[in-house]
Design a protein around this ligand. Structure first.
Ligand SMILES: NC(=O)C1=CN([C@@H]2O[C@H](COP(=O)(O)OP(=O)(O)OC[C@H]3O[C@@H](n4cnc5c(N)ncnc54)[C@H](OP(=O)(O)O)[C@@H]3O)[C@@H](O)[C@H]2O)C=CC1
Ligand SMILES: O=C(O)C1=N[C@H](C(=O)O)C[C@H](O)C1
Length: 246
């Protein structure tokens, strides 16, 4: 039995993770939110899960390092310096950061990579996502993860090939699609837990690979499984593929 500490415990994901812990084999070590003492939480936990805010990441990583325990970071909207901090922390403790902890999306990313590699650059790739009205970052972490998978399949750099926000300024004339681009579109509304589609559009045919999250329990179960799996591992950066043996 592992003791899991939740950062962002009063949030939507924090509450979903606490529910999974209440009905499962691992225990809740405690939780913190904005202004809480993450160092004290880390001292009584075997692993931390962080579903809070990018601005909290540095303090959360410091607390995990000081306690010598692993951390699974599910927070999205991370930028380059956040990934630098994750790499740095991973020299000392096991770290897993992912935009989506579900089994379904982890498998979907593997399928997208395979499809993009097999179809080649003549097939245009567009990533479409929809989430609830409260979501603050776009594109979603999952959309970026799927875009990375397509880019890896094509052996190109995602950052250099992103095309997003077409028409968002209502300018009207956006120009043609850039050759080889990986496009992103984000919709927000209602209570949608998470919808993602990767559209591969070729000449006269189209493949759509999709995932629908019916509720947050799928992310919460993956987060608990991932955090427990990290305990006792060597320092380093891990992925959900490692956890699931994919
Ligand atoms: N990887 C995955 O599988 C998934 C990732 N996510 C991501 O997880 C994150 C949280 O999502 P969600 O639960 O819906 O968001 P919520 O806004 O519901 O919850 C975030 C929680 O974090 C707290 N928080 C904010 N700042 C800090 C801080 N500095 N230190 C500690 N706690 C803080 C908030 O407190 P307060 O209200 O006081 O600000 C709130 O309780 C998002 O980035 C989301 O995209 C979501 C689902 C799945
Ligand atoms: O904020 C959310 O709700 C979600 N965030 C993650 C993301 O950004 O992809 C995962 C999931 O789609 C729900």
């Amino acid at each position: 039995m592992a003791r899991i500490g939740i950062i962002g415990s009063e949030g939507r994901m924090g509450q979903a993770i606490a529910e999974v812990l209440a009905g499962g084999e691992h225990a809740l070590a405690g939780g913190v939110d904005r202004g809480g003492d993450v160092t004290a939480l880390a001292a009584k936990a075997d692993a931390l899960v962080d579903f809070s805010s990018p601005s909290a990441l540095a303090a959360n990583l410091s607390a995990a390092r000081a306690a010598g325990i692993p951390v699974l970071v599910g927070t999205t909207g991370l930028e380059g310096d956040h990934h630098g901090a994750l790499d740095e922390a991973a020299t000392q403790i096991p770290v897993l950061q992912t935009g989506n902890t579900s089994l379904g999306v982890t498998l979907l990313a593997a399928l997208v990579k395979k499809a993009a590699a097999a179809l080649g650059p003549d097939w245009d790739v567009e990533v479409l996502e929809m989430h609830h009205r409260m979501k603050v970052d776009a594109p979603s972490g999952t959309a970026l993860l799927l875009g990375e998978a397509a880019a890896a399949g094509r052996e190109i750099d995602l950052a250099a090939n992103i095309e997003s926000g077409r028409g968002h300024d209502f300018g009207g004339h956006t120009g043609q699609r850039s050759e080889g681009a990986i496009g992103f579109a984000a919709l927000r509304g209602g209570t949608v837990a998470g919808e993602h589609s990767v559209i591969l559009a070729g000449e006269q045919e189209r493949i759509v690979l999709s995932h629908s999250a019916e509720n947050r329990a799928i992310f919460a179960r993956g987060a608990v499984r991932g955090a427990a799996w990290l305990i006792g591992r060597e320092a380093g950066r891990y992925t959900m593929n490692d956890v699931l043996g994919l």
